[in-house]
Every structure is written in C-alpha cells, then in structure tokens.
Design a protein around this ligand. Structure first.
Ligand code: DSN
Length: 429
C-alpha cells in the first residue's frame, strides 16, 4: 500500500548521500565515519536491548555487546587517562542531562557560557540545565569575546558560590582556563564541568588542553565532531566512587533506557581508529583551521580573533554582517554546495539568533578526506568568489570535492601490500 512512499524515502536517503558527497562540508559539529565503521550500521545490535552494565543486564542475549562495551570502556580510560568512562548516554545532551540531574538541585547557582559566547543549548535555561535550576549566570568574557575574563569570573565564583561552572562550548576557538580556575573553585566548592563535545578528538590527539588533568571534575562529550565516531555521548572522570555512582544512575535510568547498541559497537571501532590516528589527525585539523582562517582574512573577510592567531581548534568564526549576515551567507554557500552554519558571535544580543552576524566553519570533515593547507586556500578562494564576487562556484566545488573521497586516519586506507608465504615462496597477497 505504501510502496511508492517507501521508495520516495529511499530515494531521498540516496539523494542526501550523493549530494553531501559532492559538497564541501564545513559544519563544525559533524564528521563522517570510516567505511569500516559505516559497514556496521544496522547490525543485529540495532534490534536489541541491554539496560544495565555488562554482566549485570536486565535482559538475556547480551554476551557479545557486553564484551564490546567492556573493551570500549577500557580503551576510553586509556585514551583519556581517567578512572571512569560512562558510555551509555546516546548523545552529548543526554550526557549533560545525566550530570545535571544528579548534581544540580532547584535553586543551585550554575555558571555557563552564554549562547552568543558559544554556550551549548543544553547548558541553558531553555535546555536541559533549566529543568533542574533557573539560577544560571553567564561567565564574563574579555573584550574580544572569545576568552573568559579570569578576574571577573573568580570574583563571581567568590560572590555567587556556584555549584558548577560549565566550561567548553559550541563556538570554541581557544582552550578554557581550567587550571587557572581550579584553585578558586576548590576554595568555594565549585565543580568544573567541561563539555568537550567539539574538541574531544583534539584532546584524544593531545593537541588541545587536558581538562581532567587541569582540574575539571568531569568531562562530557558527544562523539562525532572532532572525535570521528558514531553519534553518541560520553562522561569521563577521575571523581570518587561515591560521586561516580551518581553519574551511573544519571546515565541509567536517569537519562536513557536502552543505549542503542549498534552505534555503541561502531563507537568501539572508531575508538580503535582514534587510538591509532588521533594525534596526526588533530595536528592536521588545527593546522588546516589556521590556514583557512588566514586565507579568508587575506581575501577580505572579517575573521574573528585575529590578534590571537584566529583559532587553536577545528573552528573558524567570521563576521559576515557586511555581506548581509550569517543567514544569507550560509544560504548562498549552500546553493553552491558549500555547507556551513550561521552562528551568533559574542557581541550579539540573544534575539539575533535567527539572523546572526556570524558564520562558524569547521575543517574536521574535509581534513578527514585528506585535505591540507593548499586545499584550505582553495576553499577560502571559493567562498570569496561566491560571497564577495557573487559568482557561481558549484561546478568547481563538485569537481574539487570529487578528488577527495577516501576517508583517511582510518583502517580504510589502502594498507601496504602484504607479502605472504606460499609454497615456500614470498608472493604479494
Ligand atoms: N548544536 C551543535 C553544534 O552545532 O555545535 C552541538 O550539539
């Protein structure tokens, strides 16, 4: 009865894959998984349940996922040098909710990055945090807007005694001063929560700050931005066992029931890829972001934080008010198969969220396809031609992108041909 409708959906799925494969994808919160990880999407685990912990499930039939989950947890503890890893949240927001639901009570003060400053929606009054307290205050920023004002923040911590300060954000150009705040936070009983969603892969690759080492009480994250895993969430920490039990209950039954076992198995594979390749990937990603920022600046764009070297992450922020704002610019780029998102910049009032001055660009996905500084220069040129010269660039975007199809930093790469022994002779396999 619905055969035609189903075909239409299948057709849309195919069209999406073909289209985004022709595009220069620069959304800072996305990435692609390797072929090897993708091949496991929709495995038998996609149909199963496994509430609880490996070996102590509420369901039978879980012995294989138990083994996978144990391996993943062990590997994450090694990769991030921490005592605890909670892998059951199915998204970054879900991970944040697991924390807020156990550590924030009505009336508690919590300090966060404001939305224009880049704070994630789950840290806010309208998002997950707002379900647990309304007493949410913004972290003060320095005049440039991209750094926390240390003196004012310390003063506020002393006066307001927040239960938690949430560092880490979605417009995330520079490391947060975790170490610098850790002493004053200890003194006033404030716990530092670090939302590493955007920079998890850079932390894994040891090219960004190490929040847990610097004094963060815990780190939450999603697993599919600079950490090129399946779409899930994580909580990592060195906290005491009593506190960790609260996180455990926050994750299940607090913020999830079943935890989507097929993407968990994919995440276990991605984590091995990260263990092997994240260092080089993080180095290349940050180098590319700096190269793209410098080229856009040279072509006449108002690239943010120039006096600080533009960026130390995978992101670049640009004020495009002179080109009719982020909404118009992102739309024009999309017509030309360059995909970015409009973004509020720190100087903007909250009400500008539908028509902000800014765009946010992330280079992590194109880096994964093997692009380097030369390619970043070409992407900047295409953006300039599209936005400043108002020329169509779609054809060149598609041609250029067709040259970058293989997912690097993974076991998808052609391996050196193995020599194997056959009948006493060494031959190529
Ligand atoms: N809102 C997403 C981002 O684009 O940064 C993260 O969840």
């Amino acid at each position: 009865m619905y055969v035609k409708e189903i075909s239409e959906i299948e057709n849309l799925i195919q069209k999406q894959a073909q289209w985004r494969n022709r595009c220069i994808n620069l959304i800072a919160s996305e990435n692609i998984v390797s072929q090897r990880v993708r091949a496991q999407a929709g495995s038998d685990f996609a149909h199963r349940y496994a509430e609880g912990h490996p070996g102590e499930r509420y369901y039978r039939g879980t012995s294989y996922i138990d083994e996978i989950e144990n391996q993943l947890t062990t590997n994450l503890k090694i990769l991030f040098a921490c005592d605890h890893a909670e892998v059951r949240p199915i998204s970054g927001t879900n991970a944040n909710e697991a924390v807020f639901s156990r550590f924030v009570c009505p009336g508690d003060v919590v300090m966060v990055n404001s939305t224009p400053a880049g704070g994630h929606i789950s840290h806010h009054r309208e998002g997950s945090l707002g379900k647990f307290t309304k007493n949410i205050i913004d972290i003060p920023l320095t005049a440039d807007g991209y750094h926390l004002d240390l003196e004012k923040t310390m003063y506020l911590i002393e006066k307001a005694r927040p239960k938690i300060i949430v560092l880490g954000k979605s417009l995330f150009l520079f490391p947060e001063p975790v170490q610098e705040l850790s002493e004053v936070c200890r003194q006033y009983g404030t716990r530092i929560m670090y939302d590493a969603a955007h920079v998890l892969g850079l932390i894994a690759g040891k090219q960004f700050q190490r929040p847990l080492k610097e004094g963060a009480f815990l780190m939450t994250a999603s697993t599919h931005k600079t950490y090129y895993g399946s779409q899930r969430g994580l909580i990592l920490s060195n906290m005491e066992a009593d506190d960790w039990r609260k996180i455990d209950r926050g994750a299940f039954p607090g913020s999830s029931s079943n935890h989507h076992l097929d993407t968990l198995a994919q995440m276990a594979i991605s984590t091995y890829e990260m263990m092997e390749f994240s260092e080089q990937y993080a180095v290349d990603t940050i180098k590319n972001a700096k190269a793209l920022a410098a080229a856009l600046d040279r072509f006449g764009f108002d690239v943010q934080a120039k006096e600080f070297g533009y960026t130390e992450s995978h992101q670049v922020a640009v004020n495009v008010r002179d080109f009719r704002g982020g909404e118009r610019v992102s739309r024009n780029l999309e017509i030309n198969d360059i995909i970015i998102n409009m973004n509020m910049l720190p100087h903007e009032p909250l009400k500008s969220h539908d028509h902000p001055d800014g765009i946010r660009i992330g280079v992590q996905e194109m880096t994964r396809f093997g692009m380097g500084a030369v390619e970043m220069e070409h992407i900047a040129e295409l953006i300039k031609e599209c936005i400043i010269d108002r020329k169509p660039v779609k054809e060149e975007v598609n041609r250029f992108r067709s040259e970058y199809q293989r997912v690097k930093y993974s076991y998808d790469e052609p391996q050196p041909r193995q020599l194997k022994v056959l009948d006493g002779k060494r031959v190529k396999s």
